[in-house]
Write a protein that binds this ligand. Structure first.
Ligand SMILES: [Zn+2]
Length: 348
């Protein structure tokens, strides 16, 4: 019995070291579950590539859809903003599309925002109006206007001014732009309500020139009254605001045109077409130049230069001087003081 037991022990002792040499490496990581699967999987992958397709089918349907959306997602966002940014710049208004080079030379310019409420959108630089025959009527200088105002000016020149010039025996070549866009209050008064000029919605016109060189001043009393009245009727039909001589004292030498929108489509047409100047001015002192020195009627010497300076320029302009003379006709008989005040006010 002893020998048998000893033999058994010897066998076990001899067997254990061999088994122990194998087990410890496996048992260190994972003895309860399966240390063998790891080497087996490696062996299978290395030895035979055939078994690999087997695990794929169950995993492939799940893995592929996960990869595709993940790859498609990052590609989609960069495309969307690119497409969204593209349509922003090209947004030509209906007015812009209609104001072709067959109608006017009016390139678009960037929007103006500020200062304050000044500025506007859909702006153009109206350089010339193109007549039906292709001839161009240049605006001197070019006018900065909203597209609708520029289109209205173009329609007016093409539809009314050109035929008027033709009736005068010539063609229109230039339009005298006295003022277009300018950020200011009405009548250039600080603190006043914003002028339509500040919204690029107004144009001041002083005259238009014919191809034969003749200049037709809209407020020039030397221009036949019929011609000026035709212009009056045409602008008051096309524009919502027309201010000229007799309106407020600020438009004696030009005509203000704008497209201001008011309630009930209310329109303002204030332009007194004065009668032509008389061929002989009865109140003008004609003999001054040669015998100027002897005038010593005024009470103070300061009045002399005022009277002279006021009379000389008055010989040129038309509307203002006569209005002034009619107003001043009675006051000078009473006192000289009122005359001083009026002249002083006009200088400001
Ligand atoms: Zn104006």
């Amino acid at each position: 019995m002893v020998t048998v037991a000893a033999l058994v022990l010897m066998i076990d002792a001899a067997a254990t070291p061999a088994a122990a040499a194998r087990k410890p490496s496996r048992g260190l990581f994972d003895s309860p579950f399966g240390a063998p699967p790891l080497p087996k999987a490696r062996d299978r992958a290395r030895a035979a590539k055939v078994p690999l397709p087997r695990p794929r089918p169950p995993e492939a349907p799940h893995a592929e859809p996960e990869v595709r959306p993940a790859e498609a997602a990052p590609q989609a966002p960069p495309q969307q903003p690119a497409e969204a940014a593209a349509p922003e710049p090209p947004k030509p208004s209906a007015c812009r599309q209609a104001l072709t080079e067959d109608v006017a030379i009016a390139p678009s310019i960037p929007d103006i925002h500020g200062p304050g409420d000044c500025g506007g959108e859909d702006l153009v630089r109206l350089e010339a109006v193109v007549l039906s025959g292709g001839a161009r009527v240049k605006l001197r200088p070019a006018a900065i206007l909203r597209c609708k105002m520029a289109a209205a000016i173009a329609d007016w020149v093409r539809g009314d001014v050109a035929p008027l010039a033709a009736s005068l025996g010539s063609a229109v070549s230039d339009l005298d732009n006295f003022d277009s866009f300018e950020c200011r209050g009405r009548n250039r008064i600080n603190g006043a309500q914003l002028s339509e000029h500040g919204r690029a919605n107004a144009l001041d016109v002083r005259a238009f020139t014919l191809a034969n060189g003749q200049q037709i001043g809209l407020t020039d009393r030397g221009v036949p009254r019929e011609t000026r009245e035709r212009v009056l009727h045409s602008v008051c039909t096309r524009f919502t605001t027309v201010l000229g001589p007799g309106s407020d004292g600020y438009h004696e030498d030009h005509i203000h045109l704008d497209l201001m929108e008011r309630r009930n489509n209310y329109r303002i047409c204030q332009w007194d077409v004065w009668d032509p100047l008389p061929s002989v001015a009865p109140l003008l002192p004609a003999e001054r130049p040669a015998e100027a020195p002897p005038r010593e009627v005024s009470s103070t010497p300061e009045e002399k230069p005022d009277a002279d300076s006021a009379s000389k320029p008055d010989a040129g302009p038309a509307a203002q001087p006569d209005a002034q003379r009619t107003e001043d006709a009675s006051p000078p008989l009473k006192q000289t003081a009122p005359t001083k005040k009026r002249r002083g006010n006009r200088r400001f």
